[in-house]
Design a protein around this ligand. Structure first.
Ligand code: IVH
Length: 723
């Protein structure tokens, strides 16, 4: 070891640039060697202290000579991964998620909905649906061109995933080449997972070598697939079940079952428990059978997935938001565990909501350690539900209580019951604070103007003076669906918020964009902070600069205006098109009865609560000041409407009326909207076209009297068939 260690305190004078360059190369190689020994061979070559010393030396040298940072430097990796991560690949066909069902009855509802959507009457015969285990791993898309594996991509956000090709090539269940006769482009999708036996073995090795054990097989599979060094992945026992597909130049079957059988012929591993059923009863029999055998399968599953078998019907059913209408995941019941409620903490959100959080004695539920659970609001703590009904049999929650925690899939853990026999006699009922714990302002429950009832949520009235609201607003601003600034997560925002502006602090969104400038002016301050070397600072500044150009909907969402979630932000961006038009309208809308307010209220999907929240936001001079500063730093992109240029109904307002025979109302509406049309429920002067089936009544008469063009359902199919 001694030959590789040098004194820690190095200054620029001690070392020429050439020496530093040489040393950095040495360090990159050494650290890489030690990393590999540690992760791949599970056999560390140096003590942790020596290893850390080398890493620190590397960091110091890079701080002194930022332009010498090597691409293969250990500082570019975090815990064995490149900080920059994998390259990104966009999915040719989006990778979507599944809707969930929890009860047996939901399965009948699912079949009912599918039949109604398709107008597939029971008299028309059985509707085949497949059932198969829902594997608890992570999904992966593997693409082949001319039989050769070209890339493998994780799901990511559904549109873009991470390129993990090198790692996928190490998984034995994934063929590297497909047999002759397969379509030219094949994209097989499925689940990467780890078996129970392999998971236990891996954890034993990790712990024996001084590493940390994975919490569950899913985390172990994810951690192993997302390694930048594919040798590490190779040493991890990953498996893969193929169950779906993305882009295919040609289909190899006309049913779900047929496709999966084709995958098996091509060399993929498919799940042997997949069955084809013809009724809800059959599906439930498969579900309960799999549930019974669950513990003996040897790998984790969290439910059963049902899929309409015929692919032509899948196509007609299509998607609603991010899930297909033709499939559903029937989840197994949630797992439960007993623990102690240590205390109730109050957190203040970005709109001032005081949210109580249960601090629990850590407990493992369904393979995950749970130490927090949301308590929603003060009524919930008292045992009162949203509509005044009793929950947990009306039992309240007190610090020290023994409680039952439930965790279902990705759902946040919940306290479902409390054991009163175990309650300490001295335990007092929880007193919900009437003032904000962050700023001391009154915290009040407002009356809901629509229902006339008291709001369940108590809110801090401190507004702009409340530091908790301000910091939460900033966290929201940088979050994934808003500005999505790499390297600026919640922890960093909190740290920046604590500092004065001169120290390189961030108090409002605009401050983020002046960080680089201020850093230049007072170099030392930002970089002398713990964890902020020159390299990490430069990377953050670059990530910030990359967001100076931002989509209008992300900007509107990022402002954190009450009731303006992602969906509403998109509606507003589409309606106004540009930041200029949007802000002019919002500033004008505060005059009561103004044209601008009416216009805002008239946007389809924007309700009065949203409109009022917007007006309030834009009438606050401090908000306008913050916005003006922000807009002097960034350039919002105009909202681009999807290309429906070939569609004869793009931008038109349509009304469907009468009984439709070839499609359901939902299917008609979904299709029309996909073609860029707006579907309305009533006929007015604004209507462009009415599609009328038999038994059409007053809407048809009105359309005729207004001279609006009326077509039949068959005409509609002709008009749109080639699109
Ligand atoms: S089908 C269009 N089948 O569940 C949806 N998904 O909640 C195609 N999953 O992201 C997915 N086992 O990671 C399907 N047998 C199975 C599955 C399965 C596990 C996962 C998959 C997906 C998630 C959706």
């Amino acid at each position: 070891m001694a030959e590789s260690l040098r004194p820690n305190e190095i200054s620029q004078d001690d070392l020429s640039k050439a020496e530093a360059e040489q040393r950095l190369e040495q360090l990159a190689q050494l650290i890489q060697k030690y990393d590999e020994a540690y992760h791949t061979k599970d056999a560390p070559l140096v003590t942790d202290a020596d290893y850390d010393r080398l890493r620190r030396e590397n960091e110091r040298l890079e701080d002194l000579f930022p332009d010498l940072v090597r691409q293969d430097s250990p500082s570019q990796r975090v815990g064995g991964e490149l900080a920059e991560g994998f390259s990104k690949i966009s999915h040719a066909v989006p990778m979507l998620s599944l809707d969930n069902a929890f009860y047996d009855k939901d399965v009948e509802d699912f079949i009912g909905k599918v039949r109604r959507f398709l107008r597939y009457d029971p008299l028309m015969g059985a509707l085949a649906i497949t059932a198969e285990p829902k594997i608890d791993g992570l999904s992966l898309a593997v693409r082949y061109e001319k039989r050769k594996l070209v890339h493998a991509v994780t799901r990511g956000d559904g549109s873009t995933g991470e390129n993990v090709t090198a790692n996928a090539l190490t998984i034995a269940d994934i063929p590297k080449e497909l047999p002759e006769g397969v379509p030219e482009v094949v994209e097989v999708r499925g689940e990467v997972y780890m078996s129970h036996a392999d998971f236990t073995g891996l954890n034993e090795r990790m712990v024996a070598n001084g590493g940390k054990a994975f919490a569950n097989p899913r985390n172990a599979a994810a951690g192993s697939l997302r390694q930048l060094n594919s040798k590490i992945t190779e040493s991890r026992p990953l498996k893969f079940f193929a169950y779906a597909w993305g882009e295919m130049s040609e289909m190899s079957a006309d049913t779900q079952m047929g496709m999966v059988e084709a995958f098996a012929k091509w060399g993929f591993v498919v799940n042997p428990l997949m069955k084809r059923c013809e009724s809800a009863q059959d599906l439930l029999a498969v579900y309960h059978g799999i549930e019974e055998d669950r513990a003996d399968l040897g790998y984790d599953i969290d439910g059963v997935v049902y899929k309409v078998d015929r692919l032509d019907l899948q196509e007609r059913l299509g998607f609603v938001s991010r899930s297909p209408r033709w499939a559903i995941a029937h989840k197994f019941p949630a797992e439960r565990a007993f623990t102690t409620l240590n205390e109730i903490e109050i957190q203040v959100g970005r709109t001032g909501a005081l949210t109580p959080v249960a601090k629990l004695e850590p407990v493992t539920v369904g393979g995950v350690v749970v130490s927090n659970a949301t308590l929603h609001n003060e009524d919930y703590i008292k045992g009162i539900g949203q509509n005044g009904e009793p929950i947990r049999g009306g039992k309240d929650l007190r610090a020290g209580d023994t409680v039952i925690i439930q965790r279902a899939g990705d759902v946040i853990p919940q306290i479902v019951d409390v054991d009163l026999d175990k309650r300490d006699e001295e335990a007092c009922a929880f007193e919900f604070p009437k003032v904000c714990p962050a700023c001391g302002s009154h915290a009040v429950r407002e009356k809901n103007p629509a229902s006339g009832r008291m709001d369940a949520v108590r809110r801090c009235t401190g507004g702009l003076i409340c530091p908790a609201q301000a910091v939460e607003k900033l966290k929201h601003f940088v979050s994934r669906n808003a500005f999505d600034i790499d390297g600026l997560g919640e922890k960093q925002v909190e740290a920046f918020f604590e500092l004065s502006l001169e120290e390189g602090g961030v108090h409002t969104p605009a401050d983020i964009f002046t960080l680089r400038e201020r850093d230049k002016a007072s170099l030392v301050k930002l970089r002398s902070r713990e964890g902020w070397g020159a390299v990490s600072a430069r990377k953050l500044f670059d990530a910030i600069d990359a967001r100076r150009q931002i989509d209008l909907n992300r900007l509107i969402f990022g402002l954190g205006i009450r009731h303006v979630g992602e969906g509403n932000a998109k509606l507003l961006a589409r309606a106004y098109g540009s930041w200029g038009a949007f802000q002019t309208a919002m500033r004008a809308a505060h005059e009561e009865g103004s044209e601008a307010f009416k216009e805002l209220n008239d946007i389809d999907g924007i309700g009065s609560a949203v409109a009022i929240a917007l007006v309030e936001f834009f009438s606050e001079p401090h908000n306008l000041e913050v916005l003006d500063k922000l807009l002097s730093e960034i350039t919002p992109n105009d909202f681009i409407v999807a290309d429906t240029s070939g569609s004869p109904v793009a931008g038109k307002t349509l009304v469907f009326t009468g009984s439709l025979e070839r499609m359901s109302r939902d299917e008609a509406k979904a299709r029309a909207e996909a073609l860029g049309a707006k579907v309305s429920g009533s006929v007015s002067k604004k209507t462009d076209m009415v599609i009328a089936g038999p038994k059409a009544g007053s809407k048809l008469t009105k359309a005729q009297s207004l001279g609006i063009s009326v077509i039949s359902e068959d005409d509609w199919f002709d008009l749109t068939k080639d699109l």
